[in-house]
Write a protein that binds this ligand. Structure first.
Ligand code: ZN
Length: 235
């Protein structure tokens, strides 16, 4: 089981770890700050001891770093990981923004979230809604930006599963029950939103900037997909 340094410190850009196994370009360490693709978020990229990390994903309880080329990692040896921080920070900002937008839509329309994809440049959220007028959508984005501008603190902590699932709205993704573990990781944005979530977020909504609507699409009768980005995405 890989220790998740990205849960202990979401702002960790570099770390030291020990090689647990390496074969077929798949590198497993005892701990990692690389976020593995999951929960709608793309995986981190970066370098481990000078070797490019192309993708990171879960294999059971282990986290696999798929590296570029042959690589030469010896079990038990120490390595140094470096996250592509500019990219990761954009993902964190996008992710916290995604929670706020989802919560605004959910609170105002009752729609459930049926899927999402959080990336560094463009993200989208799918809502189970029959009608989604453009004006309403602009209003939701406006509300999202209002919440962001309140400079709300974003907290993460663990709760016993029985306690966590009693919180109204703690599971917002339609049909997605939290994994069968005794403790759930909770992400709370001020008093505005609370969710069971494994992803990486910013500490305060003021880091997000502003959400900017890109387009909306119909994805089936009851499914609306909203694409958005952040203003000053490169900052
Ligand atoms: Zn999330």
């Amino acid at each position: 089981m890989t220790r998740k340094l990205f849960w202990e410190d979401m702002y960790m850009k570099e770390f030291e770890a020990v090689v647990v196994s390496f074969s077929n370009s798949e590198l497993i360490l005892d701990s990692t700050a690389f976020y593995p693709r999951s929960g709608g978020l793309v995986s981190d990229t970066g370098f481990i001891s000078g070797v490019r990390v192309q993708e990171v994903y879960y294999k059971g309880e282990d986290i696999v770093h798929r590296i570029e080329g042959e690589g030469d990692f010896v079990n038990g040896s120490a390595v140094r990981g470096t996250i592509d921080w500019e990219r990761r920070y954009r993902i964190m900002r996008m992710h916290t923004a995604t929670h706020i937008l989802s919560s605004v839509v959910n609170k105002e329309s009752g729609a459930l979230i049926t899927g999402n994809k959080v990336g560094p440049d463009v993200s989208h959220v799918d809502f189970s809604l029959e009608n989604f007028e453009r004006e309403k959508l602009f209003h939701f984005v406006e509300e999202t930006n209002k919440i962001i501008s309140l400079n709300l603190e974003v907290k993460t902590y663990f709760l016993k599963r029985e306690e966590a699932i009693k919180i109204p709205g703690v599971v917002k993704l339609a049909e997605a029950m939290p994994p069968n573990v005794s403790e759930l990781r909770i992400v709370q944005i001020g008093d505005f939103d609370i969710q069971a979530d494994g992803g990486v977020h910013v500490r305060n909504t003021k880091e997000i900037g502003r959400v900017s609507l890109l387009k909306m699409e119909n994805k089936g009768k009851n499914n609306r997909r909203v694409y958005f980005t952040l203003e000053n995405i490169t900052s």
